[in-house]
Ligand binder design. Structure first.
Ligand SMILES: [Zn+2]
Length: 286
């Protein structure tokens, strides 16, 4: 599942049609200065025929620049993501079914590996020592090998490496060739139109207001969950409209857990027979 975090005011960009749009941007517009760093130290590389190889490398880099990206997270319960992108839990998260998204892209003619790529972001600080070795090894084997390896690597390095400090985002990224006809331009934004049937469910934050929640229901007409942080153990959980509680919905897996009959919070084993969490039980005792 792909999770996209939105601030509450982003609700204005969704309507009740059968489609919704995702915004694509050039990587240089993103917030990480490490983006598009190639994580190979050419100066230290042990090359034959240096000038020729650097020339080729630069030519390939130029080719790699022609993609636009949109980002998702692999988890819907990352507190700093809710803080940063979800406007301190006032916003919402859309759960997009990756299989359906990819099928849709393929049906619309994105068939070649050079048309689009979806992958996890690889977090690292400093150069990629594995690739640095490969880079030199392929150079010894001959230009053909080197060329293929570099070609494959550059796309990965250019679009799917980020500095280690962003690891908490657990980012998964989709890139599409920027001149592909599936993308269209509106108000200076490059957009991808997707059917809402790609969306499996919606999550809103514990501070999302009722107007936004009602709009989410009308716009998406999908199951909705509320994201909450438990008072007892600071773990996160999700709660649906029937007040059933779920602990991990991130792996396409819904685990329903015993919950408090008053507030919905998951209950500890020792309070199971009381049917309430410690806090509600203590309040009722007053
Ligand atoms: Zn409770």
């Amino acid at each position: 599942m792909l999770y996209k975090y939105f601030s509450d005011d982003a609700i204005q960009y969704f309507d009740d049609s059968e489609y919704f749009t995702l915004k694509f941007t050039k990587l240089e517009d993103y917030n990480d200065p490490y983006e598009q760093s190639l994580a190979v130290d050419l100066a230290k590389a042990n090359f034959n025929n240096v000038d020729y190889l650097i020339g080729l490398y630069q030519k390939e880099i130029y080719k790699c620049k022609g993609y636009l990206a949109t980002f998702f997270s692999n988890r819907p319960d990352i507190t700093p993501m809710w803080a940063h992108y979800g406007n301190e839990q006032r916003g919402f998260v859309i759960a997009i079914n990756e299989k359906m998204l990819v099928e849709y892209l393929k049906d619309r003619g994105l068939e070649k590996i050079s048309d689009f790529k979806i992958d996890n972001v690889d977090y690292r600080d400093g150069i990629d020592s594995e690739f640095q070795k490969d880079f030199e090894h392929h150079n010894e084997r001959g230009k053909g090998y080197w060329y293929r390896a570099v070609n494959e690597y550059l796309l990965k390095a250019f679009y799917f490496f980020k500095q280690d400090c962003w690891k908490y985002e657990e980012e998964r990224r989709l890139i599409i060739k920027d001149n592909h006809k599936i993308l269209f331009c509106k108000d200076n934004n490059m957009l991808l139109r997707l059917p809402k049937s790609c969306i499996d469910y919606i999550i809103f934050g514990s501070k999302t207001n009722d107007i936004v929640k009602e709009k989410l229901q009308v716009v998406f007409n999908q199951p909705m969950y509320e994201f909450r942080i438990s008072r007892s153990n600071v773990e996160s959980y999700f709660i649906d409209s029937e007040i059933y509680t779920y602990c991990d919905i991130s792996k396409d897996l819904v685990i329903r857990v015993p919950n408090c009959s008053e507030c919905g919070e998951p209950i500890e084993d020792s309070y199971m027979n009381k049917g309430m969490c410690f806090w509600c039980y203590a309040r009722n005792m007053d």
